[in-house]
Ligand binder design. Structure first.
Ligand code: NAP
Length: 334
């Protein structure tokens, strides 16, 4: 059998997530290879290229976008550059996989959606990699089988400790803050699990006095029809994450909903009729799985697994939660 054609990736910046996780995962993927990396600084790009064995290094993002040997761009720039550089990549004829959160606001996300629609020949997706871990197939099987009954509540939380003023997460003008960086995960997860959009949000948001960014947020999302999501996120808390999906018949607890470790199996617990069943799902590198699903969409000209409209909808909820945190009132969505 002949080798499948591989998608040739170019990476915008020497971002830590790219160097440590996503580039090695792209290189491991069945349908992808990394041909180029760019940085604002050529020496930094060259050093990353040497370390990661990437053929071409560029001293500007624009040079990489002009490289005909790049089919698709991975954009792990700070949040304020997600939309402008993804639009620039589309205009240069490249497919785009862009990091979360997709934009600084819903209006800005809509601009990217429009740019994507203006280039129907190109694929565009937000990199919510957690969805590509096979544990979610198991979750959806249980939901579809009615094991949990009618879903009433989805709970999710995500935290870490980082008070470095230089970090992009602690800079307002770069799109920092807990809701933007990690609150986006439980919001996305609740929408994914419930399969519809919330109609309102009530949030409590606490800001760091030095950075002005939200360092802790807790929110209730109203999904109408009897279901709610409760979530919290913190950037100055001990690291942790978890999710619980509670229905009229059963409760499912998920140990690693957002960043399941690539090398280990992960666990979920199903509480049903007074007994607890442990469910184990085998190890999977979610970044590699995401890379292959994206490449399949490009190489077979199929829709991407997560349409950009999903990213716009997620951004609407993040924005509404931030507004609710300002006013202390429920904010309607939609
Ligand atoms: N999906 C995930 O698992 C995951 C995990 C972590 C982060 N992320 C997302 O990935 C993105 C990058 O996160 P990160 O932690 O990897 O960031 P990071 O290490 O700070 O990297 C950001 C890169 O952007 C470039 N850059 C361009 N303009 C910049 C500016 N004004 N200030 C700082 N850097 C600038 C820099 O690269 P050059 O100097 O080389 O140009 C820098 O290395 C964020 O959007 C974040 O939300 C996703």
């Amino acid at each position: 059998m002949s080798e499948p054609t591989k998608l040739r990736w170019g990476v915008l910046s020497t971002a830590k997530i790219g160097r440590k996780q996503v580039i090695p995962a792209l290189q491991k993927s069945r349908l992808g290879e990394v041909t180029a990396i760019a940085s604002r600084d050529l020496a930094r790009a060259q050093q990353a290229a040497d370390g990661l064995v990437i053929g071409r290094a560029y001293g500007s993002y624009e040079e990489l976008l002009a490289d005909p040997a790049v089919d698709a761009v991975y954009n792990p720039l700070p949040n304020h550059l997600h939309v402008p550089m993804s639009i620039a990549a589309l205009e240069a004829g490249k497919h785009v996989l862009c990091e979360k959160p997709i934009a600084l606001s819903a209006a800005e996300a809509e601009k990217l959606l429009a740019a994507g629609e203006a280039h129907p020949e190109l694929k565009l997706m937000e990199a919510f990699m957690y969805r590509f871990h096979p544990q979610w197939e198991r979750v959806f099987e249980l939901i579809a089988a009615g094991t949990l009954g009618e879903l009433r509540e989805v709970r999710g939380w995500f935290s870490y400790f980082n008070d470095d003023p230089q970090n992009i997460r602690n800079q307002s003008d770069l799109g920092g803050g807990a809701l933007m960086d990690i609150g986006c995960y439980p919001i996305s997860m609740a929408r994914f699990v419930l399969g519809r959009e919330p109609v309102g949000v009530l949030a409590r948001v606490e800001r760091d006095p030095r950075f002005g960014t939200d360092r802790h947020a807790a929110a209730v999302l109203d999904f109408n029809g009897g279901a709610v999501a409760t979530l919290s996120c913190g950037t100055q808390m001990a690291p942790g994450q978890g999710a619980t999906i509670a229905g009229t018949a059963g409760v499912l607890r998920i140990e690693w909903p957002f960043t399941p470790p690539p090398e280990d199996s992960v666990r979920m617990w199903l509480d049903l009729d007074g007994a607890t069943e442990e469910i184990v799902v085998g190890a999977c590198d979610k970044y590699t799985a995401q890379a292959d699903r994206f490449a399949e969409a490009v190489l077979n000209d199929q829709p991407v697994p997560t349409p950009l409209a999903d990213a716009v909808a997620n951004m609407r909820v993040i924005e509404a939660a931030l507004r609710s945190g300002e006013s202390g009132r429920r904010v309607a969505i939609g």
